[in-house]
Design a protein. Structure first.
Length: 277
């Protein structure tokens, strides 16, 4: 079994009753950032500095954009008002756009902002019907999954995404549950049939030949390692809370959020980069 190192980078002190942690992000280069609700007021904490952005967000998602900016999004939208906000480190809105309704997850790279959608967005109206969209930083769509890819599994609900190398992205959509690699520049897709035990996974991280999956139908908190080339699958541990995979530039593989703490998890696998998909 592969060892896993876990580090708690943020926790809510017990004196702050009524505070609930909603989402978090981690970057080796930028540090940590969280969003929490405190007595109905939304707070962002950036490396220890508390901010109160002047935005209306009900279901917050927070991500680093770069060392000078972070993103705060609302998973739900009426399609008329902006729900993706790019803020500076003082909490001031520098840009905003409508990212569609039913946002499942967000991953940010130099190529732009990847947004995936759950079923209410996919079967709704507007941009979310694409299932997965790459937005430029000005909010204009650069790549639309359903429109730009002809030979691809349909996304009914995009259960998990994670950044790949360069401008690529990995995803694990319902109901096909194949591991899919998307290249938006080439408008190409590669598909890998995943083992049955991984169906329903909502956390995904791909490094070299290895794909790691968490929170599947088979094991709600189980963490699995799958060597995509050899086909070897093994359960390597557990992650508690809502987990998601981190990109290949990060030392850690997963981030998890519970009501009162945020953690990163690093898998110690010396064979990870012997070859690469």
């Amino acid at each position: 079994m592969l060892p896993i190192v876990t580090y708690t980078f943020y926790s809510i002190v017990s004196e702050r009753s009524g505070v609930r942690l909603m989402d978090a992000d981690w970057s080796d280069r930028c540090g940590w950032i969280v969003v929490q609700r405190s007595r109905r007021r939304l707070e962002c904490v950036v490396n220890g500095t508390v901010l109160h952005p002047d935005v209306s967000v009900r279901f917050p998602i927070i991500r680093w954009v770069d060392s000078e900016r972070f993103l705060l999004a609302d998973a739900r939208s009426d399609g008329k008002r902006d729900n993706v906000f790019l803020l500076d480190l003082h909490g001031r809105v520098r840009h905003s756009f409508c990212g569609g309704d039913g946002i499942e997850d967000i991953a940010v790279g130099k190529e732009g902002i990847w947004i995936s959608y759950f079923d209410e967005g996919v079967f709704g109206k507007g941009i979310s019907a694409e299932g997965l969209v790459l937005f430029r930083f000005d909010g204009s769509p650069a790549f639309k999954y359903h429109s730009h890819l002809t030979d691809r599994p349909m996304i009914i609900d995009c259960y998990a995404i994670c950044k790949g190398k360069s401008s690529t992205l990995w995803l694990f959509p319902y109901d096909d549950f194949s591991l899919i690699h998307v290249d938006p520049c080439a408008k190409a897709v590669e598909r890998y049939k995943a083992p049955e035990q991984l169906r329903g996974s909502t956390a995904l991280c791909v490094r070299g030949n290895y794909a790691y999956f968490g929170s599947s139908y088979h094991s709600k908190e189980g963490l699995y390692s799958w060597n995509v080339r050899s086909g070897k699958l093994e359960k390597i541990g557990c992650i508690h809370g809502a987990a998601r995979g981190l990109g290949p530039k990060e030392t850690s593989h997963f981030l998890s959020v519970e009501d009162d703490a945020a953690r990163v998890h690093m898998i110690l696998n010396p064979d990870e980069y012997e070859q690469s998909l």
